[in-house]
Design a protein around this ligand. Structure first.
Ligand code: FAD
Length: 279
Protein backbone atom coordinates (compact mmCIF):
# COMPACT_ATOMS: atom_id res chain seq x y z
CA UNK A 1 0.00 0.00 0.00
CA UNK A 2 1.28 3.45 -0.88
CA UNK A 3 1.22 5.71 2.20
CA UNK A 4 -1.05 8.75 1.80
CA UNK A 5 1.95 11.06 1.80
CA UNK A 6 3.40 9.47 -1.35
CA UNK A 7 -0.04 9.39 -2.95
CA UNK A 8 0.44 13.11 -3.57
CA UNK A 9 2.97 12.19 -6.28
CA UNK A 10 1.95 8.67 -7.32
CA UNK A 11 -1.43 7.70 -8.81
CA UNK A 12 -1.53 4.23 -7.24
CA UNK A 13 0.02 0.82 -7.64
CA UNK A 14 -2.54 -0.66 -10.03
CA UNK A 15 -4.08 0.27 -13.38
CA UNK A 16 -7.60 0.73 -11.93
CA UNK A 17 -6.20 3.19 -9.36
CA UNK A 18 -4.31 5.03 -12.10
CA UNK A 19 -7.46 5.26 -14.22
CA UNK A 20 -9.43 6.56 -11.22
CA UNK A 21 -6.81 9.29 -10.90
CA UNK A 22 -7.23 10.15 -14.59
CA UNK A 23 -11.00 10.35 -14.13
CA UNK A 24 -10.61 12.83 -11.27
CA UNK A 25 -8.15 15.06 -13.16
CA UNK A 26 -10.30 14.95 -16.31
CA UNK A 27 -13.17 16.30 -14.21
CA UNK A 28 -10.98 19.40 -13.66
CA UNK A 29 -10.27 19.68 -17.38
CA UNK A 30 -6.74 18.28 -17.02
CA UNK A 31 -5.51 15.43 -19.25
CA UNK A 32 -3.11 12.83 -17.83
CA UNK A 33 0.08 11.15 -19.09
CA UNK A 34 0.48 7.86 -17.23
CA UNK A 35 3.97 6.54 -16.56
CA UNK A 36 4.48 3.01 -15.31
CA UNK A 37 7.33 3.37 -12.81
CA UNK A 38 10.45 1.49 -13.88
CA UNK A 39 13.81 2.30 -15.47
CA UNK A 40 17.28 1.01 -16.34
CA UNK A 41 16.46 -2.61 -17.05
CA UNK A 42 19.39 -4.61 -18.33
CA UNK A 43 17.27 -7.76 -18.50
CA UNK A 44 15.26 -7.93 -21.75
CA UNK A 45 12.52 -9.83 -19.88
CA UNK A 46 11.85 -6.84 -17.63
CA UNK A 47 11.76 -4.52 -20.63
CA UNK A 48 9.31 -6.84 -22.40
CA UNK A 49 7.06 -6.96 -19.34
CA UNK A 50 6.79 -3.15 -19.29
CA UNK A 51 6.14 -3.00 -23.05
CA UNK A 52 3.28 -5.47 -22.56
CA UNK A 53 1.97 -3.41 -19.64
CA UNK A 54 1.95 -0.26 -21.81
CA UNK A 55 0.17 -2.07 -24.67
CA UNK A 56 -2.52 -3.27 -22.25
CA UNK A 57 -2.76 0.19 -20.70
CA UNK A 58 -3.31 1.78 -24.13
CA UNK A 59 -6.14 -0.73 -24.71
CA UNK A 60 -7.64 0.13 -21.30
CA UNK A 61 -7.42 3.87 -21.94
CA UNK A 62 -9.14 3.44 -25.31
CA UNK A 63 -11.92 1.35 -23.70
CA UNK A 64 -12.40 3.88 -20.91
CA UNK A 65 -12.80 6.91 -23.17
CA UNK A 66 -10.66 8.93 -20.74
CA UNK A 67 -8.41 11.83 -21.75
CA UNK A 68 -5.10 10.10 -21.12
CA UNK A 69 -1.96 8.91 -22.87
CA UNK A 70 1.25 7.25 -21.71
CA UNK A 71 4.78 8.54 -21.09
CA UNK A 72 7.57 5.97 -21.35
CA UNK A 73 11.20 5.96 -20.20
CA UNK A 74 13.59 4.66 -22.90
CA UNK A 75 15.59 2.61 -20.39
CA UNK A 76 12.46 0.78 -19.24
CA UNK A 77 11.83 -0.62 -22.73
CA UNK A 78 15.31 -1.89 -23.50
CA UNK A 79 17.68 1.01 -24.23
CA UNK A 80 20.16 -0.34 -21.66
CA UNK A 81 20.05 -3.70 -23.50
CA UNK A 82 20.50 -2.47 -27.09
CA UNK A 83 19.43 0.40 -29.33
CA UNK A 84 17.79 -2.12 -31.70
CA UNK A 85 15.62 -3.68 -28.99
CA UNK A 86 14.67 -0.21 -27.77
CA UNK A 87 13.66 0.96 -31.24
CA UNK A 88 11.64 -2.22 -31.85
CA UNK A 89 9.73 -1.69 -28.59
CA UNK A 90 9.36 2.06 -29.20
CA UNK A 91 7.75 1.29 -32.58
CA UNK A 92 5.47 -1.40 -31.14
CA UNK A 93 4.02 0.93 -28.50
CA UNK A 94 3.53 3.80 -30.95
CA UNK A 95 1.86 1.43 -33.47
CA UNK A 96 -0.65 0.36 -30.80
CA UNK A 97 -1.34 3.97 -29.85
CA UNK A 98 -1.81 4.84 -33.53
CA UNK A 99 -4.36 1.99 -33.86
CA UNK A 100 -6.39 3.56 -31.04
CA UNK A 101 -5.87 7.12 -32.25
CA UNK A 102 -4.06 7.60 -28.95
CA UNK A 103 -0.71 9.12 -28.03
CA UNK A 104 2.68 8.14 -26.55
CA UNK A 105 5.27 10.42 -25.01
CA UNK A 106 8.90 9.39 -24.56
CA UNK A 107 10.82 10.87 -21.66
CA UNK A 108 14.49 11.83 -22.10
CA UNK A 109 17.04 10.33 -19.72
CA UNK A 110 20.78 10.94 -19.26
CA UNK A 111 22.83 12.39 -22.12
CA UNK A 112 24.36 9.15 -23.34
CA UNK A 113 20.86 8.05 -24.40
CA UNK A 114 20.02 11.20 -26.39
CA UNK A 115 21.20 10.03 -29.83
CA UNK A 116 19.40 6.67 -29.75
CA UNK A 117 16.22 8.25 -28.36
CA UNK A 118 16.07 11.03 -30.95
CA UNK A 119 16.89 8.64 -33.81
CA UNK A 120 13.94 6.43 -32.81
CA UNK A 121 11.64 9.46 -32.50
CA UNK A 122 12.60 10.87 -35.89
CA UNK A 123 12.07 7.63 -37.80
CA UNK A 124 8.95 6.38 -35.97
CA UNK A 125 7.14 9.73 -36.00
CA UNK A 126 7.54 9.75 -39.78
CA UNK A 127 5.73 6.38 -39.95
CA UNK A 128 3.03 7.25 -37.37
CA UNK A 129 2.44 11.00 -37.70
CA UNK A 130 1.18 12.84 -34.60
CA UNK A 131 1.00 9.68 -32.50
CA UNK A 132 4.25 10.27 -30.62
CA UNK A 133 6.02 13.03 -28.73
CA UNK A 134 9.57 13.36 -27.47
CA UNK A 135 11.05 15.22 -24.53
CA UNK A 136 14.16 17.40 -25.05
CA UNK A 137 16.23 19.08 -22.33
CA UNK A 138 17.34 22.72 -22.58
CA UNK A 139 20.24 22.23 -20.16
CA UNK A 140 22.08 20.25 -22.86
CA UNK A 141 24.23 22.42 -25.12
CA UNK A 142 23.34 20.23 -28.12
CA UNK A 143 19.57 20.77 -27.80
CA UNK A 144 19.25 23.81 -30.03
CA UNK A 145 20.79 21.81 -32.89
CA UNK A 146 18.52 18.86 -32.10
CA UNK A 147 15.48 21.15 -32.24
CA UNK A 148 16.55 22.44 -35.64
CA UNK A 149 16.89 18.85 -36.86
CA UNK A 150 13.48 17.84 -35.49
CA UNK A 151 11.45 20.97 -36.09
CA UNK A 152 9.54 19.52 -39.06
CA UNK A 153 9.03 16.03 -37.59
CA UNK A 154 5.29 15.22 -37.36
CA UNK A 155 5.43 14.52 -33.63
CA UNK A 156 5.07 16.66 -30.53
CA UNK A 157 8.06 18.06 -28.66
CA UNK A 158 8.06 18.47 -24.87
CA UNK A 159 10.64 21.00 -23.75
CA UNK A 160 11.97 20.68 -20.19
CA UNK A 161 14.87 22.30 -18.36
CA UNK A 162 16.46 18.89 -17.71
CA UNK A 163 16.60 16.79 -14.58
CA UNK A 164 19.91 14.95 -15.03
CA UNK A 165 23.23 16.14 -13.62
CA UNK A 166 25.44 16.23 -16.73
CA UNK A 167 29.10 17.31 -17.05
CA UNK A 168 29.87 20.99 -17.80
CA UNK A 169 31.42 20.02 -21.13
CA UNK A 170 27.99 19.16 -22.52
CA UNK A 171 25.49 20.94 -20.24
CA UNK A 172 24.78 24.37 -18.79
CA UNK A 173 25.24 24.19 -15.03
CA UNK A 174 24.07 27.59 -13.82
CA UNK A 175 20.36 27.83 -13.20
CA UNK A 176 20.17 31.26 -14.88
CA UNK A 177 21.92 29.90 -17.99
CA UNK A 178 19.53 26.93 -18.16
CA UNK A 179 16.59 29.36 -17.88
CA UNK A 180 18.05 31.47 -20.69
CA UNK A 181 18.46 28.38 -22.91
CA UNK A 182 14.89 27.31 -22.07
CA UNK A 183 13.54 30.72 -23.10
CA UNK A 184 15.48 30.64 -26.37
CA UNK A 185 14.35 27.09 -27.15
CA UNK A 186 10.72 27.98 -26.40
CA UNK A 187 10.95 31.02 -28.69
CA UNK A 188 12.42 28.82 -31.43
CA UNK A 189 9.68 26.19 -31.13
CA UNK A 190 6.79 28.66 -31.03
CA UNK A 191 8.18 30.57 -33.98
CA UNK A 192 8.92 27.55 -36.14
CA UNK A 193 6.06 25.13 -35.32
CA UNK A 194 2.35 25.54 -35.84
CA UNK A 195 1.48 22.89 -33.29
CA UNK A 196 2.87 20.12 -31.15
CA UNK A 197 4.71 22.24 -28.57
CA UNK A 198 4.54 21.05 -24.95
CA UNK A 199 5.91 23.26 -22.18
CA UNK A 200 7.06 20.86 -19.45
CA UNK A 201 7.60 23.30 -16.60
CA UNK A 202 6.14 24.50 -13.31
CA UNK A 203 7.89 27.83 -13.69
CA UNK A 204 5.34 30.69 -13.81
CA UNK A 205 7.78 32.83 -15.86
CA UNK A 206 7.99 30.14 -18.56
CA UNK A 207 4.22 29.59 -18.59
CA UNK A 208 3.70 33.36 -19.05
CA UNK A 209 6.30 33.45 -21.82
CA UNK A 210 4.54 30.56 -23.60
CA UNK A 211 1.25 32.43 -23.46
CA UNK A 212 2.89 35.51 -25.03
CA UNK A 213 4.64 33.45 -27.73
CA UNK A 214 1.43 31.60 -28.59
CA UNK A 215 -0.43 34.90 -29.05
CA UNK A 216 2.39 36.24 -31.19
CA UNK A 217 2.79 33.21 -33.47
CA UNK A 218 -0.59 31.44 -33.22
CA UNK A 219 1.08 28.16 -32.17
CA UNK A 220 -1.04 25.43 -30.55
CA UNK A 221 0.64 24.31 -27.32
CA UNK A 222 0.03 22.55 -24.04
CA UNK A 223 1.42 22.98 -20.54
CA UNK A 224 2.62 19.86 -18.73
CA UNK A 225 3.28 19.54 -15.01
CA UNK A 226 3.88 16.70 -12.57
CA UNK A 227 1.24 15.15 -10.33
CA UNK A 228 1.51 16.71 -6.87
CA UNK A 229 3.25 19.90 -8.05
CA UNK A 230 1.29 23.18 -8.48
CA UNK A 231 -1.99 21.32 -9.01
CA UNK A 232 -3.89 24.54 -8.29
CA UNK A 233 -2.09 26.17 -11.23
CA UNK A 234 -2.92 23.16 -13.40
CA UNK A 235 -6.63 23.61 -12.66
CA UNK A 236 -6.48 27.40 -13.11
CA UNK A 237 -4.77 27.15 -16.49
CA UNK A 238 -7.31 24.57 -17.66
CA UNK A 239 -10.12 26.88 -16.56
CA UNK A 240 -8.54 29.66 -18.62
CA UNK A 241 -8.72 27.41 -21.69
CA UNK A 242 -5.07 26.32 -21.83
CA UNK A 243 -4.48 22.63 -22.70
CA UNK A 244 -2.97 21.12 -19.56
CA UNK A 245 -1.58 17.65 -19.11
CA UNK A 246 -0.42 16.10 -15.86
CA UNK A 247 2.39 13.52 -15.71
CA UNK A 248 1.24 10.88 -13.23
CA UNK A 249 3.39 7.87 -12.34
CA UNK A 250 1.90 4.63 -11.03
CA UNK A 251 3.09 1.13 -10.16
CA UNK A 252 4.82 -0.73 -7.37
CA UNK A 253 8.28 0.89 -7.87
CA UNK A 254 7.14 4.13 -6.27
CA UNK A 255 9.65 4.55 -3.40
CA UNK A 256 12.61 5.88 -5.41
CA UNK A 257 10.37 8.19 -7.44
CA UNK A 258 8.82 9.61 -4.30
CA UNK A 259 12.18 10.39 -2.69
CA UNK A 260 13.43 12.06 -5.87
CA UNK A 261 10.43 14.45 -5.77
CA UNK A 262 11.08 15.10 -2.10
CA UNK A 263 14.77 15.86 -2.60
CA UNK A 264 13.92 18.44 -5.28
CA UNK A 265 12.20 20.87 -3.01
CA UNK A 266 12.38 21.75 0.63
CA UNK A 267 8.60 22.28 0.69
CA UNK A 268 8.15 18.59 0.02
CA UNK A 269 10.56 17.62 2.79
CA UNK A 270 7.88 18.13 5.39
CA UNK A 271 5.86 15.51 3.60
CA UNK A 272 8.78 13.07 3.65
CA UNK A 273 9.37 13.54 7.35
CA UNK A 274 5.70 12.93 7.99
CA UNK A 275 5.88 9.87 5.73
CA UNK A 276 8.77 8.44 7.69
CA UNK A 277 7.30 9.16 11.10
CA UNK A 278 3.77 8.27 10.15
CA UNK A 279 1.87 11.51 10.82
P1 FAD B 1 12.21 25.03 -11.69
O1 FAD B 1 13.32 25.68 -12.45
O2 FAD B 1 12.53 23.84 -10.85
O3 FAD B 1 11.46 26.07 -10.81
C1 FAD B 1 11.17 27.36 -11.33
C2 FAD B 1 10.03 27.96 -10.56
O4 FAD B 1 8.84 27.13 -10.73
C3 FAD B 1 10.23 28.02 -9.07
O5 FAD B 1 11.02 29.13 -8.72
C4 FAD B 1 8.79 28.11 -8.59
O6 FAD B 1 8.30 29.41 -8.81
C5 FAD B 1 8.07 27.17 -9.53
N1 FAD B 1 7.98 25.80 -8.96
C6 FAD B 1 8.71 24.74 -9.33
N2 FAD B 1 8.38 23.65 -8.58
C7 FAD B 1 7.44 24.06 -7.71
C8 FAD B 1 6.71 23.43 -6.65
N3 FAD B 1 6.91 22.14 -6.30
N4 FAD B 1 5.80 24.16 -5.97
C9 FAD B 1 5.61 25.46 -6.27
N5 FAD B 1 6.30 26.12 -7.24
C10 FAD B 1 7.18 25.44 -7.94
N6 FAD B 1 13.27 16.04 -17.10
C11 FAD B 1 14.06 15.26 -17.88
O7 FAD B 1 15.28 15.36 -17.81
N7 FAD B 1 13.50 14.34 -18.74
C12 FAD B 1 12.14 14.21 -18.88
O8 FAD B 1 11.68 13.37 -19.68
C13 FAD B 1 11.30 15.05 -18.10
N8 FAD B 1 9.96 14.99 -18.22
C14 FAD B 1 9.20 15.89 -17.54
C15 FAD B 1 7.81 15.90 -17.75
C16 FAD B 1 7.03 16.86 -17.14
C17 FAD B 1 5.56 16.87 -17.40
C18 FAD B 1 7.63 17.83 -16.26
C19 FAD B 1 6.81 18.89 -15.60
C20 FAD B 1 8.98 17.78 -16.02
C21 FAD B 1 9.78 16.83 -16.63
N9 FAD B 1 11.15 16.79 -16.41
C22 FAD B 1 11.93 15.96 -17.19
C23 FAD B 1 11.77 17.56 -15.30
C24 FAD B 1 12.34 18.90 -15.74
O9 FAD B 1 13.50 18.68 -16.53
C25 FAD B 1 12.73 19.78 -14.54
O10 FAD B 1 13.74 19.15 -13.82
C26 FAD B 1 11.59 20.08 -13.59
O11 FAD B 1 10.38 20.27 -14.27
C27 FAD B 1 11.91 21.36 -12.79
O12 FAD B 1 12.00 22.49 -13.64
P2 FAD B 1 10.81 23.56 -13.77
O13 FAD B 1 10.89 24.15 -15.14
O14 FAD B 1 9.52 22.89 -13.47
O15 FAD B 1 11.01 24.66 -12.70
Amino acid sequence: MIPPIARRFVAGESVPEALDHVRARNADGVAVMLNLLGEHYDDPGNARADVDAYLALLDDIADSGLDACVSVKPSQIGLDVSADLFEEHYREIVARAHEHDAFVWYDMENADTTDATLDAFESIAADYPWSVGQCLQSNLKRTREDLERLVDVPGKIRLVKGAYDEPAAIAYKKRSRVDEAYREDLAFLFERRERGVAVGSHDPAMIALSDRLAREHGTAYEVQMLMGVREDAQRDLATQGVDVSQYAPYGDKWISYFYRRVRERRENLTFAVRAVFGR
